[in-house]
Design a protein around this ligand. Structure first.
Ligand SMILES: Nc1ncnc2c1ncn2[C@@H]1O[C@H](COP(=O)(O)OP(=O)(O)OP(=O)(O)O)[C@@H](O)[C@H]1O
Ligand SMILES: [Mg+2]
Length: 208
């Protein structure tokens, strides 16, 4: 948990709208006068962005599952120590695309690594930080695919529909296990409609 700030993470399958909604949420929070820090995991620090490139490079198709897991956790630890911890100590609101729940959904439920191993790895990678609230943008992966506009496909997006469905299922499991922290937001609808759902989902944690 944060000291005085608020740590919000955004989760969901590739292309479900995390970054789009993260920007809108950040603007809404800034309008209340709070400091907002926008981050992405993996990424947002010099070292973590380097690791991100390794993780997403389609040429790295020889990467084993354990290597993948440890690279995600390495990038995350650097992000926590360099950005998240200091921001929360300052009292900022941190809005981060993906965090430890992605590791559960992708590496455990979809890839099949044991939940116990993921938990231990996440404990190390998160350096004691837990999101205060997590929004899962729930969307049929087929719908998400039609939204993607960027060129080419990264290594994880190339995994196919069955993999993306498992990821979605993983997120739904997390939400049912901890519905107080992990909140499902229906991501089907216009950007504006989904934004209203985001604000509604956060009504008890932040006055907007
Ligand atoms: N509600 C929406 N309806 C239609 N298109 C949308 C909606 N929200 C976002 N998009 C579009 O879908 C694409 C993916 O959105 P975005 O990049 O926000 O998703 P993401 O979850 O951050 O993806 P990634 O997992 O690749 O980071 C973008 O082109 C965006 O403009
Ligand atoms: Mg994104």
């Amino acid at each position: 948990m944060s000291d005085t700030g608020l740590f919000i993470t955004l989760e969901g399958v590739d292309g479900c709208g995390k970054s789009t909604q993260g920007e809108l949420l950040a603007h809404a929070l800034e309008a209340t006068g709070r400091e907002v820090v926008r981050l992405r995991d993996p990424g947002s620090t010099r070292l973590s962005e380097k690791i991100r490139l390794m993780l997403l490079d389609p040429g790295n198709d020889d990467m084993c599952d354990e290597c993948e897991l440890l690279l995600y956790e390495a990038a995350r630890a650097q992000l926590v120590r360099e950005e998240i911890e200091p921001a929360l100590k300052r009292g900022a609101v941190v809005v981060c695309d993906r965090f430890s729940d992605s590791t559960y959904a992708y590496q455990s439920v979809a890839r099949g690594l044991s939940a116990g191993m993921i938990e231990a790895a996440n404990e190390l990678g998160c350096c004691g930080i837990t999101p205060d609230v997590t929004l899962v943008f729930d969307l049929d992966p087929r719908e998400a695919l039609t939204r993607a506009t960027h060129e080419g496909t990264d290594r994880l997006e190339g995994e196919g529909m069955r993999f993306q469905r498992e990821v979605r299922e993983g997120y739904l499991q997390l939400a049912s296990a901890d519905s107080e922290r992990v909140r499902i937001v229906d991501a089907l609808g216009t950007v504006e409609v989904v934004h209203v759902r985001v604000i509604t989902a956060l009504h008890d944690v932040i006055a907007l």
